[in-house]
Design a protein around this ligand. Structure first.
Ligand code: PEP
Ligand code: MG
Length: 747
């Protein structure tokens, strides 16, 4: 194989493009290409392997191997040398292929006579498409220059594959973005939805990967990088940047000014790629590295470079965020990640959301929950697989997205949605009935909310009021601290919409995972146990007071319910309460109308508060258990860590006994106790909580129906006896016993 010069490489790319321009079937094109590459590179073999599905590669065309093996020879990702190239997205270059670790001989191809092997990935910005291989009889390693030349060719093939150049026939070859794909992620928010993909950031389409004139392309890339540098500098000069944003932009600037990056792209162009294809080639290399870097900091930086490449591509192609595409009917938002404000902007238009990254505790997840939109997170590859308008099913319960599903899958899914709708109808018929168990005990069911958009659910769900209004969402979705008047107007609208029903406003719970974009971030080693919630409120009381003033003004003579998050000891409650007293006094002296009645409560979210002095229980107007936090601290299991968050059962007897102790202390003090963590909305958990003495539960609106239906079916005294018997029998958790018992209860 001769050494390849730059002009050889350009010639090959041009011949490749001309070949691809000839109309014909996809298979004919592939055959012509393998012939062309082998001929031009002076190798005996050139083969193209493409993915049949996410795990299987198929030999789709070859020059030099036995023709009958085409579409027969297949290998799994990671299998043999071809599979290794695909898995690692890095080239394999060897003079003695059979001696190479992992080599797998495919007898039907007749490849045993070829000693040297060079395989490079065919990929497009992180999407693995296949492998391009050349082989020769003579035992030699290919030069760096040859590897590079083949990578450039693979880049053009990737673009052409993306444009569907090889899928015009019906020979069973993988039609990119046309086959059904099931992506398994995790649950961000339960629920099911069917609709069409709406990409938050549409893919940039590169229509001509081959440069007509390298000099023009070099000018274009330099000019685009120049524009990029200016835009990053502009962003950096903005005033309202916090430390983190600055750090990210500094990294952007470093990359944008990096000579190495531009030089590599210029080299790619000299080899015959267009400016856009050169950016993508480097971006693919970045993504490949990203997959292999375990270091979190380095991964973040590589992400930055990836973002920067996207910006550069948009500058070059003129394809901005707004591509003019129409949002499809029943849009399902697909994104790598999304901020809470952006998600709120889409609002209830969306039927579902699928994210490649994200986390259960992220702000976006909180908003999705508030909007009751099914959300799947960690759906690997979704942004590279999905195209705008693709048919998609989102199964939030299982954490799965079905992209371009088979009709049978879609039908089964629709049955599931119909069943859920049927159940909702049944629940709707209970809307105006109380959650009274067979024993005659009534449980008060309220709903959790955080947005104005939640309030209409109050009518529909049958909830008696809002047991938890998370006020932080209003703070999280803004770029600057909201003003008192703004908040007062919002709280007033919430109270108006509640039409006299009780709304428990929780004061700002920030810190931990909820960091305000305009507040100086604190680098805390363990933010969930750090400076958060009421701790911030007491140390910097300005915001707390402003919020209380807004609430008093919003109430405008109506009753007001306020509670403080994350109270850990009695003194904190007293101090927080004194701020409310102070503001009431102040507002009155300023001539404002004060609420007709003020209830001041504490959220019990740390075990220590369960052992507070009796005076605490006597003095609080009510206590609300924040079960999400209380459970994480009781079991020492991070609620945001997928590995451990479901490890311990809420119905574990240790936890239930602990909760019984809290119920007892509240009963002794005559204080109202409620529970507002996610578990309140899970029917069996809700039943257990009611059985051990909780009389008030607050949950997602959609859960009110199912919880009410279950409570109305049972005798709580019997349920309590089942729990007691299970404990006496030495069970770890009461769940199996409760499930068995429930199965014997009439519908
Ligand atoms: C809780 O911790 O259970 C709770 C209701 O508050 P949040 O989920 O907002 O922390
Ligand atoms: Mg909490």
């Amino acid at each position: 194989m001769p050494e390849r010069s730059e002009s050889d490489s350009r010639k090959l790319l041009r011949r490749l493009r001309d070949t691809l321009a000839i109309p014909g079937k996809g298979q004919d094109r592939l055959d012509r290409i393998t012939h062309l590459i082998a001929d031009s590179m002076g190798t005996e073999v050139c083969s193209i392997y493409l993915f049949r599905d996410a795990e299987t590669l198929e030999l789709c065309a070859t020059e030099g191997l036995k023709p009958e093996s085409v579409h027969k020879t297949r290998m799994k990702l990671g299998e043999g040398l071809v599979g290794r190239v695909a898995r690692t997205t890095t080239p394999v270059n060897t003079a003695n292929a059979p001696a190479e670790k992992g080599f797998r001989y495919m007898p039907e191809t007749g490849e045993e006579i070829f000693s040297s092997f060079l395989g490079v990935p065919i990929q497009r910005v992180g999407e693995k498409l296949g492998v391009l291989v050349v082989q020769s009889k003579i035992a030699r390693e290919y030069s760096e220059d040859e590897v590079y030349a083949l990578e450039v060719v693979a880049m053009v093939l990737a673009e052409m594959t993306e444009l569907g150049a090889f899928t015009s026939d019906e020979d069973g070859m993988r039609a990119l973005h046309r086959q059904p794909v099931m992506l398994r992620g995790s649950t961000g928010q339960e629920g099911a939805a069917e609709g069409h993909v709406w990409l938050h950031e549409p893919r940039v389409v590169v229509t001509n990967p081959v440069a007509d004139d390298p000099l023009t392309e070099i000018d274009r890339i330099r000019e685009a990088v120049g524009q990029l540098r200016v835009s990053v500098d502009d962003l950096l000069s903005a005033e309202s940047l916090d430390k983190d944003q600055k750090q990210v932009l500094e990294a952007y600037r470093m990359f944008a000014n990096s000579r190495g990056w531009l030089k590599r792209m210029e080299d790619d162009i000299a080899r015959g790629l267009s400016a856009e294809a050169a950016v993508e080639k480097e971006q693919s290399a970045t993504r490949a590295r990203l997959e292999q870097v375990p270091d979190a900091y380095l991964r973040e930086r590589l992400h930055d470079l990836d973002d920067l490449s996207n910006r550069l591509l948009r500058i070059l192609t003129g394809q901005g965020q707004d591509t003019g595409a129409q949002m499809p009917e029943n849009p399902i938002l697909v994104a790598r990640n999304i901020g809470p404000a952006e998600l709120l902007e889409y609002g209830r238009k969306l039927k579902g959301v699928v994210l490649e990254e994200g986390s259960v505790g992220s702000h976006a997840a909180i908003v999705a929950r508030a909007l009751a939109i099914p959300l799947v997170i960690h759906a690997d590859r979704i942004t590279s697989e999905a195209l705008n308008g693709d048919h998609i099913l989102v199964d939030g319960d299982q954490g799965i997205a079905h992209l371009r599903p088979e009709e049978t899958v879609a039908r089964a899914f629709r049955d599931k949605i119909a069943m859920q709708a049927e159940a909702q109808k049944r629940y709707a018929s209970l809307r105006n009935l109380p959650a009274t168990a067979k024993c005659g005990t009534t449980i008060s069911l309220a709903m959790n909310a955080g947005l104005m958009a939640d309030l209409p659910s109050l009518e529909g769900s049958g909830a008696e009021g809002v047991g938890l209004f998370r006020t932080e969402l209003q703070f999280l979705v803004r770029n600057k601290m909201p003003q008192r008047a703004e908040l007062a107007a919002l709280y007033a609208r919430v109270m108006d919409a509640a039409k006299g029903r009780r709304v428990a406003f929780r004061t700002l719970d920030i810190g931990s995972d909820k960091v305000l974009p305009y507040m100086k971030p604190n680098d805390e080693p363990n933010p969930a146990m750090g400076w958060r919630a009421i701790r911030v409120g007491l140390d910097k009381p300005g915001v707390l007071r402003m919020q209380v003033q807004a609430l008093i003004r919003a109430a405008n003579g109506r009753p007001l319910t306020v509670m403080f998050p994350f109270i850990t000891e009695f003194g904190e409650f007293q101090a927080a309460r004194s701020h409310v007293y102070r503001e009431l006094h102040r507002e009155k002296s300023l001539g404002h109308v004060v609420p007709s009645k003020v209830e001041i409560g504490a959220m019990m979210e740390t075990p220590s508060l369960a052992y507070a002095p009796q005076a605490f229980f006597k003095e609080t107007d009510f206590i609300s258990i924040g079960g999400n936090d209380l459970k994480q601290f009781f079991f020492a299991a991070d609620r945001e860590n997928e590995r451990v968050r479901k490890r311990y059962d809420t119905l574990n007897h240790s936890f239930l006994s602990f909760m019984e102790g809290i119920v007892r202390r509240c009963q002794e003090a005559g204080t109202t106790l409620s529970f507002c963590g996610e578990d309140a909305g899970r029917p069996i958990e809700a039943l257990a909580l009611a059985a051990i003495g909780l009389r008030s539960l607050s949950m997602r609106p959609a859960s009110v129906g199912p919880v009410k239906a279950l409570i109305r079916r049972v005798d709580l005294g019997e349920a309590q006896a089942v729990i007691a018997a299970s404990r006496a029998a030495g069970d770890e958790t009461a769940r199996p016993a409760l499930i068995d018992w429930l199965a014997s209860q009439p519908e």
